[in-house]
Design a protein around this ligand. Structure first.
Ligand code: GUN
Length: 299
């Protein structure tokens, strides 16, 4: 049976360090880290994520601001709000929840966020720093940064000699995850929906990271015995055992099967999910510390 990687526990330890750094900052310069989360439209899942981000920001002692904009907000209005937040000295981190409603062009909005406040790590400046191996001066996308901390718990920080496979190639997760693993000396394969024989590629992985958005796609015979399996999927599926219309969250990995083969595995929920929010808080406190020229906490 695989070791279960406890994301809640790891996230709690990050949050403790964030809250302590936030308290120190307030004591020394009289300013709380400020996080602005922007959400447009009525998607219930996005609202649930955003509410938990705002709640955690308050728990960390942050100045937590939420902007909930109606579905019919225009591109210009949204970009105007981002410009205001860029100029607001009380705000150190800005997150625009994705996906935006269909009538938006997301990329210009994301690229309009000031790089030093881009706690999602999506601005080309931050993505470029990661791509060129500068992990120290930019901001790194929260979910891959959190997944890497979980991988470090099993393998340490030097992944030399290990094969890592990432399934998924999004800007928010797959690409930065691949680059982080590469920076840690792993030999990295980035697989995706157009890859040939995904199962065979995955079987080479000492570290297998799945971010495909398809419930239970990764099966036991995709997993090399003893491998570390990191499940980034958050899929809502029917759960008839919860009564009519009941649903539950499940991952991209068939946990029941794969935990028989893997050496270590993240559950869903309770694995990577809590780390995403924790790393958002970590990025915000880091951004705030940099504003005041203070040393940044390490996580
Ligand atoms: N939607 C789902 N995950 C994320 C995330 O990490 N950042 C943003 N901005 N939107 C998301």
């Amino acid at each position: 049976m695989a070791t279960i990687i406890d994301g809640k526990l790891a996230a709690a330890s990050v949050i403790e360090a964030v809250a302590s750094a936030s308290q120190d900052l307030e004591q020394d310069v009289g300013v709380k880290p400020g996080l602005a989360v922007v959400i447009v439209g009525n998607d219930p899942a996005s609202h649930a994520y955003v509410n938990s981000k705002s709640k955690m920001a308050k728990q960390c002692g942050f100045n937590s601001i939420q902007h909930s904009l109606p579905e019919e907000t225009t591109q210009e209005e949204l970009e105007c709000l981002v410009a205001e937040l860029n100029a607001d000295p009380a705000i150190h981190g800005i997150l625009v929840q994705l996906p935006l409603p269909k009538h938006f062009q997301s990329e210009p909005v994301i690229q309009s966020i000031a790089p030093e406040k881009d706690v999602d790590g999506l601005n080309v400046v931050n993505a470029g720093k990661l791509a060129t191996g500068d992990l120290a001066s930019g901001l790194i996308s929260c979910t891959p940064a959190g997944a890497l901390l979980l991988i470090n718990k099993i393998h340490g920080t030097d992944l030399s000699g290990l094969n890592a496979v990432v399934i998924g190639r999004s800007n928010l997760f797959g690409k930065p995850m691949g680059l982080l693993l590469l920076s840690s000396n792993a030999t990295v394969t980035m697989a995706h929906s157009r890859s040939k024989d995904l199962a065979a590629i995955c079987r080479h992985a000492d570290i297998l990271v799945a971010a495909v958005g398809r419930p239970h796609m990764v099966k036991a015979d995709w997993v090399k015995p003893g491998a570390t399996v990191i499940d980034v999927g958050i899929n809502r599926v029917p759960a008839p055992e919860k009564g009519e219309g009941g649903t539950r969250i499940t991952g991209d990995v068939d946990y029941r099967e794969c935990s028989e083969v893997a050496g270590a595995i993240t559950p869903v929920p309770g694995g990577v999910g809590p780390m995403t929010i924790a790393m958002l808080m970590a990025n915000t406190v880091v951004a705030a510390c940099r504003t005041f020229g203070r040393p940044t906490p390490k996580f």
